[in-house]
Design a protein around this ligand. Structure first.
Ligand SMILES: [Zn+2]
Length: 670
């Protein structure tokens, strides 16, 4: 047949039309068949991609768990040290020794709990890492199988690179402890007790002296000075309490009192007994004023006081110890050939010529005689004070109380200053011990590099022999099969700067709150709340663990400004502020598709041999257990649905919370 077969006079023949139609149709079906084949081949790549991403997701979940465990360890350590630090500060606060003991005990328990948890977490993470290649294989296997459809069966499996863990959890095994802090705190408690005791004695002395000076019982220096010397106003001030009173007030009052008494003193009659008494009073007032002028009271730095509150002679034997005894001020006369001492020349016994002045000591020495009329001698001088000192209506009676209390006060204040200086020294040692102890938290961070840290490489395999749908083509084409195919894919974890796993930590706190009923509270009841805030701070780029610890310390009440407690509280807070901890890296790691050779290269794996391993594994055995074994990954226990890393003790409670990973979680998570 020639061209005529296709073309006649009128145009194309029926045969030509039919042939053209045939060619066109077969082309159409060839294209359709090619598209179907190409589409299924692309599916295979997608299955490989999905399978490697599923594998990396498991690794990502492991990272998240390791970060959470790391943050838990760190938060327990920080909580323990914050509580122990509060115990150390409380050791320096008077009256808080019981609270100090409790805080130190609970802080130590928290550090012990932290050490136990860190060891368990290290073991748990190591065990989970050992399971990770198996989980990766299993996860990718399930993912590729799940993509089988339309008569096409896929098999795929992924291997993590590196295959073995390169993590280092040894830092978690190094415990932290506060034995030196405890030791310093115990010594600080002793020093604080000593200073507390000394302060109590000083305060009691001060209160008793204040009462003798300002409060009638039945009289006091103030009312005696008013009634006997007419002192008023600033010369005779009143203090409403011992806190507003000092020994200086009593000293100034006494100076004014004796000055007034001295200026007013004169005999009330010419009777020689009265003249003698008046002369003795005047001598005593001059002596007392002299002593009062020599008195002082000053407050030095560091709570020390310097004072001299002189005792006034109150009987003849005490007068003998004073200059009053030796003062040659008494007029003498010559009577019957011997020198006789008088209280005044107006004495009726003074009949002879004047013979100068002598002291009462001269009578005792036998140098001068005692007058039979005025009988002036040392006992008259001693009698002035002895009467007013022993009677509760005498000024000297109350002054003597002030003098005695001043001595006890001075001794107590000296002991107080010594105890405080010791407390300050021990507090400084305590602060440095605390600094050294908490510093170990810095070096206790794990290095996490699990299997799959570089990425996961997956292999997807499709069995050959799937028939191309032939309904449309069998009239034109022979039977055709879609050949067997393999696809390789790799994924790696990329750090997402904007996403954080810190929310997991807040979730842990929420769960703890629900199960253990954590609430806000003061020291030491606020331990649970403190931990909750610390753990969230550990997971937040903006969290400041120093601030959290400082706020906890500030809640300690009873700390007065300038005290050892205040100094130590600032010191312990600044230790937290200067800690400069590197916080756990809570940034989320998300799987992204990556270059296969780069992933293998990064892990130092020989590409060809690895690819062969995967191919052999995938084609040799129908079960994931067999595949995993061939890959060197022991498969996870078929019944295990979850794995507990460790039990997290919840500070401030007796409860704990398991940190568990769900091994069969949907969505590729662990
Ligand atoms: Zn006389």
């Amino acid at each position: 047949m020639g061209v005529e077969l296709f073309v006649d006079e009128g145009g194309y023949t029926t045969v030509a039309v039919a042939t053209a139609l045939l060619v066109s149709l077969s082309m159409v079906f060839c294209v359709a068949s090619a598209q179907w084949t190409l589409s299924r081949s692309a599916d295979l790549q997608e299955v490989a991609d999905a399978s490697s991403v599923a594998a990396s997701n498991a690794v990502s979940s492991f990272y998240a768990m390791a970060q959470v465990a790391d943050a838990c360890v760190l938060s327990l350590g920080l909580t323990g040290f914050a509580v122990m630090g509060a115990g150390l500060v409380a050791a320096a606060i008077p009256g808080k020794q019981g609270m100090s003991d409790e805080l130190l005990r609970r802080g130590s328990e928290l550090l012990d709990a932290r050490n136990r948890f860190a060891c368990n977490a290290a073991k748990g993470l190591r065990d989970l890492e050992g399971m990770l290649p198996g989980i990766v294989a299993s996860r990718s296997w399930s993912c590729s199988r799940a993509n089988s459809s339309g008569g096409l069966a896929y098999r795929g499996v992924a291997m993590p690179y590196p295959m073995a863990s390169q993590s280092d959890y040894s830092a978690l095994l190094r415990g932290v402890e506060g034995a030196d802090v405890l030791d310093a705190a115990r010594r600080l408690q002793d020093a604080t007790r000593e200073s507390e005791e000394a302060r109590r004695r000083a305060d009691e002395s001060c209160a008793r002296a204040w009462k003798a000076d300002c409060v009638d019982a039945p009289r006091c220096m103030l009312s005696r000075a008013r009634d006997l010397a007419g002192l008023v106003g600033t010369q005779n001030p009143y203090a409403a309490s011992p806190e507003t009173w000092t020994f200086g007030v009593a000293i100034r009052r006494t100076r004014a009192y004796y000055a007034a008494r001295l200026s007013r003193e004169s005999p009330s009659s010419d009777d020689i007994v009265e003249v003698t008494n008046s002369a003795c009073r005047e001598a005593f007032y001059r002596y007392a004023l002299d002593e009062a002028n020599a008195a002082w009271y000053t407050e030095g730095p560091g709570g020390t006081v310097d004072l001299h509150v002189p005792h006034l002679a109150r009987n003849p034997s005490e007068v003998r110890e004073t200059w009053l005894y030796d003062e040659a001020r008494w007029p003498c006369t010559e009577e019957s050939g011997r020198i006789v001492l008088h209280s005044a020349l107006s004495c009726p016994g003074a009949t002879g010529p004047a013979a100068g002045f002598q002291s009462v000591a001269a009578i005792d020495r036998g140098e001068v005689g005692r007058c039979d009329v005025c009988a002036m001698d040392v006992s008259d001088l001693g009698a002035v004070a002895s009467i007013s000192t022993s009677a509760s209506n005498g000024y000297e009676h109350y002054w003597q109380i002030v003098v005695e209390e001043a001595m006890s006060f001075k001794q107590a204040r000296d002991e107080l200053a010594e105890a405080e200086s010791k407390a300050r020294q021990v507090a400084d040692e305590g602060k440095r011990a605390f600094e050294r102890a908490i510093d170990r938290l810095r070096g206790s961070r794990p290095r996490v590099c699990p299997p799959g840290a570089c990425g996961c490489v997956s292999f997807a395999y499709r069995n050959g022999g799937a028939a191309v749908p032939s309904e449309l083509t069998k009239a034109f084409l022979g039977e055709a099969d879609l050949g067997a195919g393999v696809a390789v894919s790799a994924s790696a974890l990329a750090v997402d700067e904007d996403a954080s796993d810190g929310g997991v930590l807040a979730h842990i706190v929420d769960v703890a709150k629900r199960t253990e009923g954590l609430g806000a509270g003061s020291v030491p009841d606020g331990i649970a709340e403190l931990w909750g805030r610390l753990i969230v701070s550990c997971g937040s780029a903006y969290g400041d663990v120093g601030d959290v610890a400082r706020e906890y310390l500030i809640r300690l009440d009873g700390v007065s400004g300038g005290s050892v407690g205040a100094w130590l509280r600032d010191g312990v807070a600044s230790v937290f502020g200067n800690l400069r901890l590197s916080l756990p890296d809570m940034r989320m790691r998300k799987p992204v598709l990556a270059n296969t050779s780069e992933v293998m290269g990064m892990a130092g794996a020989g590409q060809l041999s690895q690819v062969r391993t995967l191919m052999e594994a995938i084609s040799s055995d129908g079960s994931i257990e067999g595949v995993a074994r061939r890959l060197g990954a022991f498969s996870i226990d078929g019944d295990a649905r979850s794995f507990t890393i460790a039990e997290l003790p919840i500070p401030g409670t007796h409860g704990s919370m398991p940190l568990t990973v769900d091994l069969v979680a949907a969505g590729g998570g662990l």
